[in-house]
Design a binder for this molecule. Structure first.
Ligand code: SF4
Length: 962
């Protein structure tokens, strides 16, 4: 129903709904507001909520098809205990009490002996503030969500560089930008907000939108200019743009000096323990060279005119140069010249020069001026807000390469050079960002942190700033099962879920007892080397006959491919049947002008014997006696489950899961005591809370006195100190120095060259590992996936309505490439990597880089999974590229195999895949590999032969029988 009609007192849909309930969509991770129309106890219609800050009424195909996820025949209906071999699909239904007692029994024994033997990993859930806290309470460091195989490169590079990043951390200034440069974004992340933003930008008609992506679909299709770059070379393109801007002198020196560390002096004393670190005075204050007084002085002297280039001598006689000097020298190296990168990137030098000139023109000739006085951190009053209207956005396409961290960092360096971070018209932070670079929380899990029967003293995930923060034994052995925060991936800020099954199977670095997972389809589309992963899940120790991964507990709402490999299955509800909390402590829904969070409320009661995962986790914690989950008398602290926790849990005094309507009377926002009526207040406000940032605090947030004070008052940051943008990455140099033999914590010898090379404080590009290690002529093509607009990974491709949009997937090949290889539309082709071979059907197109083939992500299903017809197109014609991606890089000389991942963060390098394709005769029109059909778990609803959902509503509306 239209809100305007409602406001006017008109009810034009009198017969369409008995009830309209507002909640939050969960058909992807954007968290749009929705209004769910119920008729006769069934969901009739889902509508976008016009009042909601995320989507403002916009609803995508996925969101409206949420009805079919809710009524999916794949919904699990009762707890299950495995009775046949893993993978057989032989289960026995059990009662919840037995299921919970079994889980408590298994986990209790682990906790009393060695809590690390529980590996607790979750997928794309939105309750990571709860799950991480629960893992700490349990006492295991072996916890993370899916970020390590999603976009940690983007998040970590941003948080270590500018204290924020794209998507949840920031957004383009859609209203004011004049030039929008988007890297590697399909139609996936930030779906509705980007569509709304692009709509504004395109209709405003005063901005250019350039999309850099090997594939021209979705957003790229409406770009004013599409740059079909060769995968993995974005860093080269960005560094060439930087070189052009440096050569032209088109950089914002004032911005660099005021807001970044570009002017700070870097010690030049090769071989010394502080070589490459910032020169500091006795109080720890970084030093700059003041060109006015020709002296070395503190960087906090606001009357200084810092010099950006040239060697100077420190009081102790040693040489130093400003950080800018080093960054500029690197970026001006010949290999980053436009002419030099043209062949590798596939972008002509003339195009690179033109784009650089356009960026400079937008930034420096089209400045945006907002008539709003503000005061910076140093007390300088500014009459107006003056901005560089160049906005950038990046996502998976940059992130999922083994050079992704440095490519993301290069984008941020480019932004800083243009003065285009949180200035009008540029990229803008969304609260609670910016945060210190990086945020102050460190990972927990050292030997002293992990004790039988005790919680850990801090969270499993965090942001190391020196080798001392790593989770390694004295000999360098990783402390975590996934090897996050070890020398293999020192800054693995989101953990490395993609390494868990293999390491658990191999007993590397140690054996575990129980793998507990939620909503992560790890035996299918969430794993590389799918067939190998299935073997690991079912492999037994020949000596004992026991599974090498002894126990697997799995929680999901649906009969996904992973269910068949679990020993104990705890069925979850759908998103319309439970409470959820989209918290500032987790993945908030803020925008650049406001801080916001939201909830989901149950719209409809479950009709099956299922429980919300978060309720189960809280119950399990109480049964295990986890200290923060029980009261002094041992009774559950949150007997009302997750909604009880949402309202009453406080992370710090006055700071809880929700920031709105706090205080006993509900009149506080941000910080305040528990409010018993908080959820009612959210429901009364359409399930969200939003608080506007004061006008003078909306730009230059990293350095804006009003913003920093406001953010402290809201509990977003601890101190109102300015957040200095890290043009030069001193943190990385500390790891490099360790690799060169300095400090107490040093990498084992086999890791030294890798740390030395990739922990570079300066912008850097290197060839993605797989491309560098396999023969380029044997595997001459790149192979990628794109997430379609109508699907959210496996969630969408089991949805009866969305399946009609993408029922199967094909391999998209450029017409010219296909002609060269003799491949026609619909032909079957073999796709071969260094790891494996698949057989798929070809589709030809022009909007793709000629050296690249691609397909839609996660459309292929295993026969029988998700209660689909075993002969469904998703199973027989659909396919996954995952089958030909290896989770490990080829063996090195010493036998060690690094993960197929970024060396800094451990981000899974999905998009490094190299393949060759060849036409093959196809007697049967079936993709390969095919796996045995999975049996359907007990008591799943019958699949209708013909779905006519909604027909009953029509007859009901006429007064006929339903
Ligand atoms: S963009 Fe995502 S959250 Fe928003 S309506 Fe679509 S599926 Fe739902």
């Amino acid at each position: 129903m239209n809100d305007d009609n409602e406001a006017a007192g008109l009810n034009l849909h009198a017969s369409s709904a008995d009830q309209i309930t507002r909640t939050t969509c969960y058909m992807c991770a954007c968290r749009c507001g929705i209004k769910v129309h119920l008729k006769d106890g069934r969901i009739r219609y889902i509508e976008g909520n016009r009042d909601h800050p995320v989507n403002k009424g916009v609803l995508c195909a996925k969101g409206s098809a949420g009805i079919m996820n809710h009524y999916s025949p794949a919904r699990l209906s009762k707890p299950l205990r495995r009775v046949g071999p893993r993978g057989s699909g032989e289960y026995q239904e059990i009662e919840w009490e037995e299921a919970m007692a079994t889980a408590t029994d298994w986990l209790g024994a682990i906790r009393r002996s060695d809590p690390r033997k529980l590996a607790f990993f979750t997928g794309r859930d939105q309750s990571q503030a709860l799950t991480g806290w629960w893992a700490s309470q349990f006492g295991t460091p072996n916890h993370a969500a899916h970020g390590g195989f999603c976009s940690v490169n983007m998040a970590a590079a941003g948080l270590y560089t500018i204290g924020g990043s794209f998507w949840e951390f920031g957004e383009p200034d859609w209203e004011n930008t004049k030039y929008f440069l988007m890297f590697g974004v399909a139609e996936d992340h930030d779906s509705n907000p980007i569509k709304i933003g692009l709509g504004k930008l395109k209709t405003r008609g005063a901005a250019k939108f350039v999309s850099v992506n090997p594939i021209r679909t979705g957003y790229s299709a409406i770009a004013d200019e599409w740059i079909g770059i060769r995968p993995g070379t974005d860093g080269l393109f960005i560094l060439a743009l930087i070189q052009e801007l440096l050569r032209a002198g088109k950089i914002d020196e004032e911005y660099l000096c005021r807001y970044t560390n570009a002017s700070w002096l870097v010690i030049q004393d090769e071989g010394a323990a502080d070589h490459g670190l910032f020169a500091r005075d006795a109080s720890g204050q970084p030093l700059v060279f003041d060109s006015a007084t020709q002296t070395v002085t503190g960087a906090n002297r606001i009357d200084a005119r810092p010099q950006l280039t040239g060697k100077v001598f420190l009081p102790d006689g040693r040489a130093a140069v400003p950080a800018f000097h080093l960054v500029a020298t690197r970026c001006l190296e010949p290999q980053y010249a436009a002419d030099a990168v043209a062949a590798e990137t596939g972008i002509g030098a003339d195009v690179i020069r033109r784009i650089a000139a356009e960026l400079a023109h937008a930034a420096f000739e089209q400045t945006v001026v907002i008539d709003q006085p503000w005061t910076d951190w140093a007390g300088r009053r500014h009459d107006k807000m003056i901005g560089r209207p160049v906005a950038m956005h990046a996502m998976r396409g940059i992130s999922a390469h083994s050079n992704g961290f440095h490519t993301c960092r290069a984008i941020h360096v480019l932004q800083m050079l243009l003065g285009a971070v949180d200035s009008p018209g540029s990229f803008r932070y969304k609260p609670p960002f910016p945060r210190p670079t990086p945020p102050g929380v460190k990972p927990t899990g050292r030997a002293a942190d992990v004790q039988p029967g005790k919680p850990m003293p801090g969270p499993p995930l965090g942001f190391p700033t020196s080798p001392q923060d790593l989770l390694v034994e004295a000999d360098g052995t990783p402390r975590r099962l996934d090897k996050a925060f070890s020398w293999e991936a020192p800054l693995a800020a989101h953990g490395m879920m993609h390494r868990v099954i293999r390491n658990a199977w191999a007993g590397e670095p140690y054996k575990i007892d129980t793998l507990f997972m939620f909503m992560a389809n790890m035996s299918w589309n969430s794993s590389m080397n799918t067939a190998g992963t299935i073997e690991m899940l079912t492999d037994k120790d020949p000596a004992t006959g026991d599974y090498k991964i002894p126990r697997i507990i799995y929680c999901d709402a649906y009969a996904s491919e992973m269910v068949a490999y679990a020993d104990l299955i705890l069925p979850d509800t759908t998103y319309l049947e439970r409470w959820d909390c989209i918290s500032l402590l987790d993945r908030p829904i803020c925008d650049a002008d406001g801080v916001a969070d939201s909830i989901r409320q149950p719209v409809i009661a479950p009709d099956r014997d299922v429980r919300p995962f978060q309720d189960v986790l809280i119950d399990l914690g109480a049964r295990l006696g986890l200290p923060a989950l029980v009261k002094e008398d041992g009774s559950p602290r949150y007997p009302g489950g997750y909604p009880d926790y949402i309202v009453h849990h406080e992370r710090k005094p006055g700071i809880g899961s929700l920031a709105g309507w706090r205080g006993a009377d509900g009149d506080k926002h941000g910080i305040g005591a528990v409010n018993e009526g908080q959820l009612d207040a959210y429901i009364a406000n359409q399930c969200f809370w939003r608080h506007e940032i004061p006008a003078e605090a909306r730009y230059f947030k990293h350095s804006n006195r009003a913003y920093l004070d406001w953010a402290v008052g809201m509990g977003l940051i601890d101190k109102p100190d300015p957040i200095v943008l890290q043009f030069y990455g001193e943190v990385f140099q500390k790891f490099r120095l360790a690799a060169e033999g300095h400090g107490e914590v040093q990498p084992p010898d086999e890791h030294r060259p890798r740390i030395r090379t990739y922990f570079d404080p300066l912008p850097l590009w290197y060839m993605p590992f797989e491309e560098a290690e396999v023969a380029r002529d044997a595997f001459p093509m790149h192979a990628l996936t794109q997430r379609p607009m109508a699907m959210y990974h496996a969630w969408g491709s089991q949805n009866a309505w969305l399946r009609q949009i993408h029922g199967d997937n094909r391999l998209h090949i450029h017409h010219a490439t296909a002609a060269r290889l003799g491949i026609a539309e619909g032909d079957w082709v073999a796709v071969t990597s260094h790891h494996g071979r698949i057989k798929v059907q070809a589709k030809l197109m022009d909007g793709v880089n000629p050296h690249t083939v691609w397909t839609w992500n996660a459309i292929g299903k295993r026969s029988g999974a998700w209660n689909l017809e075993p002969e469904a197109a998703e199973a027989r014609k659909g396919f996954l590229l995952n089958h030909v991606i290896s989770e490990l890089l080829p063996e090195r000389g010493d036998g060690h195999r690094y993960g197929n991942a970024d060396p800094v963060t451990g981000q899974a390098a999905w998009y490094d895949l190299r393949v060759r394709i060849e036409k093959i005769p196809a007697e049967e029109g079936v993709s390969e590999p095919q796996f045995a059909t999975l049996p359907v778990p007990p008591n799943l609803p019958k699949r209708p032969d013909v779905l006519r959902y909604g027909a009953g509503f029509r007859t009901s509306a006429r007064g006929d029988a339903k």
